[in-house]
Design a binder for this molecule. Sequence first.
Ligand SMILES: [Zn+2]
Length: 412
Amino acid sequence: MTMKNTSSQKYTHFVHEEVSLTTTVTEKPSKKKASIEEVLSQANKHFTLSKNESGIAIPELLEALIKDAVAQSASDIHLFPRNQTVAIQYRIDGSLYMIGQLHENVWRALVVHIKVLGNLNIAESYLPQGGRFQKSLDTKNIEVRISTHPTNCGESIVLRLLGQKENFHHLSQIGFLPNLQKAIIKVIQRNEGLFIVTGPTGSGKTTTLYAILQTIQTPHLNIVTLEQPIEYRMKGVKQTEIQEDGKLSFEAGVRSLLRQDPDIILIGETRDTETAKMVFRATMTGHQTFTTLHTKTAQGVLQRLKDLDVPDTYVKENISGVLAQRLCRCLCHTCKKPHQFTYNNKTYKGFRPNGCKACRQSGYLGRLPIAEFLVFSKEKFENLPTIEEQIFFHIEKGNLFFEDIQSFLETA
Ligand SMILES: [Zn+2]
């Protein structure tokens, strides 16, 4: 799968987190709509608490930030206090980008506004707090998760943006190589066993699991999930969120779900022995089950399950497949430059990042998965691409920069 330039301003790229999203890059801020830089600069000069006065009102400022972050497919907005200023950063494709700064006076008013929206204690700034609020933007309903944290320079706030990725797709749009994708589909279409997706934080495990559910979903199946948080809303799937107050644990949630006559169960994460026990019970009682673990490799899953007191026989008899994946930054196809590199004493041709407006001068746009697939069955899957083969395929296609994945390649 390659990325195509459809015009100088509009381009389609496959991005793991925002699968096949079409992004429009505005070359110049239009006269009517102020750019985020202009909004921040105005707010720093003159801000007000209500929309009725001149200057930038605090609610307007927050709305402009959320709108801009969503337009740039950011997953989080970081508001990070430093001496007398507050840095604003977005996390896009897993990396943080500096957006601008706010004066501390604007910041104080903004913090109060965010806390009021999230029903947090506005007088408390020395203890971490968590909350949420909803924001409607055009056709999207964005859920904003607030996390405040005291630092030596003041309260750091991270706003996680959920719900902007309603248009997730079929497994074929994630970017796995064809043979790997075929093997995954074959295994999930057996409609039984436990399928585990593993990888470090931000490796796109949830996105892959949702693409898998999308692939096997039919109106005749009762699909139920337990998640923390619900990152995507999926039509026809009964999704439940684990509450942070501890009233509903993963373990109690699975126990209850089993009484809901499910066919397919997705448990967001198996993080403790009790949940692991319930995940295997669900599988052993004939439900197709999906979950994620937090390990670097597919083999690491076996050790992790041992640590969670799962007997070896359970593992052998119930797991259908383990997919260990990580996301690699994809080169920006608008500005990448040819480049030569040496690996194992051989010289290869590839591409390196450069930087342009389309990629915020970073040289990268989107991410793609590199995965290892362990299948637990008698059936053999021939020609499953190794990690090295996947990496070299993408280097030749100009999707990956050799130096970015060199260390990964050497440990694979
Ligand atoms: Zn570029």
